[in-house]
Design a protein around this ligand. Structure first.
Ligand SMILES: [Zn+2]
Length: 818
C-alpha cells in the first residue's frame, strides 16, 4: 500500500513537472528542427530550465570563447542528487585513489565540438527535456553533465552563414548555395583549430577551460556528438581498430553493451547505422580517446549530415535527410547512453576504481632535462592535465634514451624533471610520454606519434624502475636583471619560444636588438649563434630604454648578462658585420582560396596567441609587387597553389623577393614556387623500378596496399646545419613530425634541416614507399634571391600548435634569416 502511494505521488510529481516545463519547441517559438537555433537562444533555453527546475538542473558557466560566447555545463539529476552534488563529486573522485564507495553513475554528453556539425546542439535540448520529463527514473542513480556546445564560435559561424544564404523555404537540391559553405568555414573554432584534436595539447581557450571542469568530474562515460558526410547513415560504438593498448577489456566490452542498446532502438525504427569501422581509438587528443585514457567509456557518435546538410538535402539514394531526422538519431543515442549507464551504475563505479589502480607499465619513470624554458613549457601542460611531477637528485640512470634510440646508462643532473606512471594519471603519462606507442593496425586516420619529449625538444630517459623525485625544487631567485648606466650591452640566449616572445615584446617597444651570426666568448662565457645583443648606444635615443628593458625581461623571466665592453675574448666583437640588427618586420599572411583553412588558422593563432606580434591578413588581390611593398615578410600557408600561381602571381612574388622581400612557403605552397620561371626548389622525382614485376593485388586488399605510400604523422630524426640562421638555437639533430610524403631535393646551399638516406621513423608509422621517397630530402631551408630570401618549410612546425620544439624555426624565419 505504502509503495503504491509512493508510486502514485511520484507519478503526479512527474506529470505536474512535465506540464510546467516548456519543450524546446514551445520555448523557442518554432518546431525544433525547422530552424537552426543560434547560440544565445540555446543559452536562453538552458537558463530557463535552470530557473524553472532549479532542484534538478544546475547551470554553470565554465568560460568564454575567443568571440566572447559563454561556455556552459548543465548538471542534471534527481533533486536528492543535485542537493548532494558536491558530495557525489568528492566521493566519485576518491575512486581515483582506490578509496570511497561511490555508487552514482556520471555521464558527460558533449555536443557540437565541430562547428558545422550543427545538429548536435539542437539534439541536446531535446535530450535534456526528455531527461527532465519522461526519463526521470534514470536520474535516480545518475548525474548527467551536458555541454550543449563545446564550440559556439564555430557553430554560430555556420548557423549565421546558413541563415544568410538559405532559400525560403529551404531548398533540398544539393547544388543550391545553402549546401556549399564559403572559404572560412567548417568544423573548426574561431582560429580554425579542430577542437577534437586539442584535448591533449590544450592550445585553445575552449579546451583549456573545459579541461578544468572535466578534471573536477572525470566521468564514467563521455560521448562526443559529431556528424559525417550526408550519404553515411549513423555511426556508434564499438569503435574501429587500432585501439591503444592501454584501453582495458572492460572499456572495449562496455562499448559493445552501449552499441547493442542503441541498435535495439535503431532496428525498431528501421534506421541504418554502422559500427567498428573508420573511427579508431589511438591518437590521444580526441573527445573519445582522451576520456578513455582517463578511465571513461569514451565514444564518438556520428550522424550523417554536417555542413552540407542544411535543414534538408537529397542524398545519393534519393531520400531527403532532414534536420529533424538528424535530431531524432542523436537524441536516441543520447538517451540510450544514459539508460545503459543508469542500469550499470555499480559496474561502472567498480571498473572505474580498477582503472585507477597502478598498472605496472614497462616504463615507470621519465627523466627529462633541457633549457629551463622548455622544461617550464612542459610542466605548464602537465599541470593542466593534473599530472604530478617532481625533481631528481643528480644520479646515474639506465633506460631508453630518446635522442639515440638506445638503452643507455647516463648521468642526469640535479633537478631533472621526473614524471612517473605510479599516480592517478599514470595511464595518461604512459600514452603521452612513451617513446613509440604500439600500433595494432596501421590503418588509422590520424598521426601515429606524438611523444612529448620529442615535441618539447627535451633530453629524456625512460626507466623501468621508478625514479625518486621531490616536489620541492629549490626555488630559484626571481629574475632581476641589473640595468645600469655603465653597461655597454646586455646579452640573452636564444633557444625557446619564451625567448621569442621576449624578442617580440622588445621589437613592439621599438627597442633595437641585434643577434650574432657567430658564436663568441665573453668574460669566460660562451654564447651561441643567435644570441641577442641589446646595446645601449643602439638605443640611445629611447628615453625609457632602461625601464622598458627591465620590465620586459622581468615579464618573461628572461635572464640577461650585462657587459661593459664589446671587446670579446673569442669570436667577433659587437661592432662586427656578423652582428646584425633585427628588423621590426611588417609581416603578412596570405588568406583565402589557395590556402588551407586549418593551416592559415595555425599561423593566425601563432601570431595572436603565442608570439603576440602583429600580423596583416592579405587576400590574394593584394599579391602584387605594389601592394606587397609595404611588407617585409609574406607567409604562404599550406594549401593548393597550382592554378593560383599560374595567374602571374609567381612573377609578382619573384619581383618582390628580388627587391628585398622574404617569402615563407609552407607545405603545399612550396610546389607553387617551382617551375622554370619559379625559384630553385624542386620536387624529388622518384624513378619506378622496372626490373621487378609487382604482384597483382586483389580489389579487397587495395586499401591496405595503399598504406605503402602513407605517412599520416610520424617522427623522424633529422640533421641540422647550426650555422644557418634558420636553425639558430637548435642542436645538431632535430626530431620532426612529418605529416606526408612531400619530398623536395636538397638545395644547392641553405639546407638548414634535412633527412639523409636513413628514414626509419623514430616513432609512428611510415609506409615503405613513402620512406624511400623522403630519403635525402629537405625539411627546412633558405634560398637567397636578389636582395631577398625564400624560406621553405616542408614540414609544418605549427601543426595543431603542439610541436613546441619546432616553433623557433618559424620565428627564425621571421627575424633571423636576413
Ligand atoms: Zn566531427
Amino acid at each position: 500500500m505504502k509503495r503504491i502511494l509512493v508510486a502514485l505521488l511520484f507519478t503526479t510529481y512527474m506529470v505536474t513537472n512535465a506540464q510546467k516545463i516548456q519543450s524546446p519547441s514551445e520555448f523557442l517559438g518554432y518546431e525544433l528542427g525547422t530552424e537552426f537555433s543560434r547560440h544565445h537562444e540555446v543559452v536562453d533555453y538552458y537558463t530557463y530550465l535552470a530557473h524553472t527546475v532549479s532542484d534538478r538542473v544546475l547551470l554553470k558557466p565554465y568560460g568564454k570563447t575567443n568571440e566572447r560566447r559563454p561556455l556552459l555545463l548543465a548538471y542534471v539529476s534527481s533533486p536528492e542528487n543535485i542537493k548532494n552534488i558536491e558530495n557525489i563529486r568528492a566521493n566519485h573522485l576518491k575512486s581515483t585513489r582506490g578509496e570511497g564507495d561511490a555508487k552514482i553513475a556520471i555521464v558527460w554528453l558533449s555536443y557540437n565540438v565541430h562547428g558545422n556539425e550543427s545538429v548536435s546542439t539542437e539534439a541536446s535540448m531535446q535530450t535534456i527535456y526528455e531527461l527532465l520529463t519522461n526519463k526521470v527514473s534514470y536520474l535516480e542513480n545518475t548525474v548527467v553533465i551536458i555541454d550543449p556546445c563545446i564550440n559556439p564560435d564555430g557553430r554560430d559561424r555556420y548557423v549565421n552563414w546558413y541563415n544568410e544564404n538559405k532559400n525560403t523555404p529551404n531548398n533540398v537540391d544539393p547544388k543550391s548555395i545553402e549546401h556549399h559553405e564559403g572559404w572560412l568555414n567548417g568544423r573548426a573554432n574561431h582560429y580554425m583549430f579542430d577542437l577534437n584534436r586539442d584535448w591533449a595539447w590544450l592550445t585553445q581557450v575552449e579546451s583549456q577551460q573545459r579541461l578544468k571542469a572535466y578534471n573536477l568530474w572525470l566521468p564514467h562515460v563521455h560521448v562526443d556528438f559529431h556528424e559525417q558526410g550526408i550519404n553515411e547513415p549513423y555511426y556508434f560504438a564499438p569503435a574501429a581498430e587500432p585501439y591503444h593498448e592501454v584501453i582495458t577489456n572492460f572499456q572495449r566490452d562496455f562499448q559493445v553493451t552501449i552499441g547493442k542498446n542503441h541498435a535495439k532502438y535503431f532496428d525498431k525504427n528501421g534506421w541504418f547505422y554502422f559500427t567498428k569501422e573508420v573511427f579508431d581509438l589511438f591518437y590521444p587528443s580526441y573527445g573519445d580517446t582522451y576520456p578513455l585514457y582517463n578511465g571513461a567509456i569514451g565514444m564518438t557518435y556520428e550522424q550523417g549530415g554536417s555542413g552540407r546538410a542544411g535543414l534538408g538535402i537529397i542524398t545519393r539514394t534519393g531520400d531527403t535527410l532532414t534536420l529533424k531526422d538528424r535530431i531524432a538519431h542523436h537524441f536516441t543515442t543520447g538517451i540510450s547512453t544514459v539508460e545503459v549507464a543508469s542500469k550499470n551504475a555499480s559496474k561502472l563505479n567498480e571498473e572505474f576504481k580498477k582503472f585507477y589502480t597502478n598498472k605496472n607499465f614497462k616504463y615507470k619513470s621519465y627523466a627529462l632535462s633541457g633549457s629551463d624554458d622548455k622544461v617550464n613549457a612542459l610542466t605548464q601542460l602537465l599541470a593542466q592535465h593534473q599530472i604530478e611531477y617532481g625533481w631528481s637528485d643528480a644520479t646515474t640512470l639506465k633506460g631508453f634514451d630518446y635522442t639515440s634510440g638506445k638503452i643507455k646508462s647516463r648521468k642526469i643532473a640535479q633537478n631533472s624533471l621526473i614524471v612517473s606512471t605510479d599516480q592517478p594519471k599514470g595511464t595518461l603519462v604512459k600514452v603521452l610520454f612513451e617513446p613509440n606507442a604500439k600500433l595494432s593496425d596501421s590503418l588509422t586516420y590520424d598521426i601515429t606519434a606524438w611523444s612529448l619529449p620529442y615535441a618539447y625538444g627535451l633530453d629524456a630517459l625512460a626507466t623501468e624502475t621508478k625514479v625518486n623525485a621531490t616536489t620541492n625544487i629549490t626555488t630559484k631567485d626571481p629574475i632581476k636583471n641589473i640595468i645600469s648606466e655603465n653597461t655597454y650591452a646586455y646579452i640573452g640566449d636564444w633557444n625557446s619560444m619564451n625567448d621569442a616572445r621576449f624578442l617580440a615584446d622588445l621589437l613592439k617597444e621599438n627597442i633595437k636588438v641585434k643577434f650574432t651570426q657567430k658564436p663568441f666568448t665573453l668574460e669566460g662565457k660562451k654564447y651561441e649563434r643567435g644570441s641577442l645583443i641589446i646595446t645601449k648606444s643602439d638605443n640611445r635615443n629611447k628615453k625609457d630604454f632602461a625601464i622598458k628593458l627591465s620590465e620586459i625581461s622581468e615579464k618573461h623571466a628572461k635572464h640577461l648578462m650585462s657587459t661593459s665592453t664589446g671587446f670579446v675574448d673569442r669570436g667577433d666583437d659587437f661592432g662586427s658585420s656578423s652582428v646584425h640588427l633585427i628588423k621590426k618586420n611588417n609581416i603578412a599572411v596570405l588568406t583565402g582560396k589557395p590556402t588551407s583553412t586549418l593551416q592559415f588558422g595555425e599561423v593566425w593563432h601563432f601570431f595572436e596567441q603565442q608570439l603576440k606580434y602583429p600580423l596583416t591578413v592579405l587576400e590574394s588581390d593584394f599579391l602584387n609587387a605594389d601592394d606587397l611593398e609595404a611588407y617585409d615578410v609574406l607567409i604562404l600557408p599550406d594549401g593548393w597553389y597550382g592554378s593560383f600561381m599560374r595567374n602571374n602571381i609567381q612573377k609578382e612574388l619573384k619581383e618582390w623577393v628580388k627587391n628585398g622581400g622574404k617569402l615563407i612557403a609552407m607545405g603545399g605552397a612550396i610546389e607553387g614556387l617551382e617551375g622554370k620561371n619559379g625559384f630553385k626548389i624542386k620536387s624529388k622525382k622518384t624513378e619506378k623500378d622496372t626490373t621487378k614485376t609487382e604482384p597483382l593485388i586483389s580489389y579487397e586488399d587495395s586499401e591496405r596496399e595503399g598504406i605503402k605510400n602513407l605517412i599520416t604523422g610520424a617522427i623522424f630524426k633529422t640533421k641540422v646545419d647550426k650555422t644557418n640562421p634558420l636553425a639558430f638555437g637548435y642542436e645538431d639533430t632535430y626530431f620532426t613530425l612529418k605529416l606526408g610524403d612531400d619530398a623536395f631535393d636538397y638545395l644547392k646551399e641553405g639546407n638548414a634541416v634535412y633527412l639523409e638516406e636513413e628514414t626509419t621513423p623514430t616513432a609512428g608509422f611510415a609506409g615503405s614507399d613513402a620512406r624511400k621517397k623522403i630519403a635525402n630530402t629537405l625539411v627546412f631551408g633558405t634560398e637567397n634571391y636578389g636582395k631577398g630570401q625564400v624560406v621553405y618549410m616542408v614540414d609544418n612546425p605549427l601543426f595543431r600548435g603542439f610541436w613546441e620544439n619546432g616553433k623557433l624555426f618559424f620565428v627564425n624565419a621571421l627575424f633571423m634569416v636576413d
